[in-house]
Design a protein around this ligand. Structure first.
Ligand code: FPP
Length: 235
């Protein structure tokens, strides 16, 4: 396995690990500009994400959390949804690559057995396998939000609080999030010139810096990642 420190970009080793979250917008526009179908934009988006994972691992980023598919995205045309699901299987299948990057795969979203949850069984399997096959890695934690909505996460947390004897405070709510170990977000990125937050990590982005860029997600690269990092790091 590659030693994370030996591949770390100069200057980043001394920096504390940070949590970067990305709303990966603009795949459709990227494709349209090239006269390609929207699905080609999503394919390019998945490849861009794989490259960002490599870049993040080299920059001592502790956590990279990405919005892969939202609870609202199911209304998209069926063929597009099928394509995006296939790309999730591809991403969760990048196990050798994740291991080379010492990166652990994680997932957040509506628990598979919860009423209303929609993750198909083949994606569930891919998620479970990716998590199991990368759990020994000690570097970057890559969390993919799939069938995820922040309001659903918060409603579930509120309900779970009702069933505990603990006082209902920020700490208790923290523990009821889908991934209680996920630290607060340091920088939230949204691509493609959109300046909305949408329904992503509303609880966890408290205090985060926000990096908006005109670049569409498939064009988001390591230089862009460095620009986002500048909001919280001095070099
Ligand atoms: C928005 O583009 C993007 C999404 C629907 C979610 C992100 C999906 C990917 C990056 C594809 C693969 C990702 C994973 C995690 C496997 P859009 O279609 O809304 O673009 P538009 O606003 O230009 O139409």
């Amino acid at each position: 396995m590659t030693d994370a420190l030996s591949t770390t970009t100069k200057g980043h080793t001394s920096q504390p690990p940070v949590h970067i979250a990305c709303i990966m917008d603009g795949n459709g526009r990227w494709a349209k500009r090239r006269g390609l179908p929207r699905t080609a934009g999503h394919t390019a988006g998945e490849e861009a994400l794989a490259a960002v994972v490599r870049a993040a691992a080299q920059r001592n980023i502790g956590w990279l959390t990405v919005f892969g598919f939202s609870t609202e995205n199911w209304v998209r045309p069926r063929a597009e949804v099928r394509h995006i699901l296939g790309l999730h299987r591809k991403l969760f299948g990048r196990i050798d690559e994740m291991n080379q990057n010492n990166a652990r795969i994680n997932w957040i979203g509506r628990p598979f057995d919860e009423p209303g949850a929609r993750t198909p069984v083949y994606v569930q399997r891919a998620i479970r396998k990716a998590m199991a096959d990368t759990e020994h890695n000690t570097g970057l934690v890559v969390t993919v939000a799939f069938d995820y909505g922040s309001r659903a996460e918060l409603v579930r947390a509120a309900r779970a609080c009702k069933d505990t004897d603990s006082p209902i405070d920020a700490e208790t709510i923290d523990h009821k999030m889908y991934a209680p170990d996920l630290p607060p977000v340091d920088v939230l990125v949204r691509t493609s010139g959109e300046t909305r937050i949408s329904n992503f990590l509303l609880w966890q982005i408290n205090g985060a810096a926000v990096y908006f860029t005109e670049k569409t997600w498939p064009d988001f690269d390591s230089d862009e990642l460095d620009r986002a990092l500048k909001l919280v790091r001095s070099n």
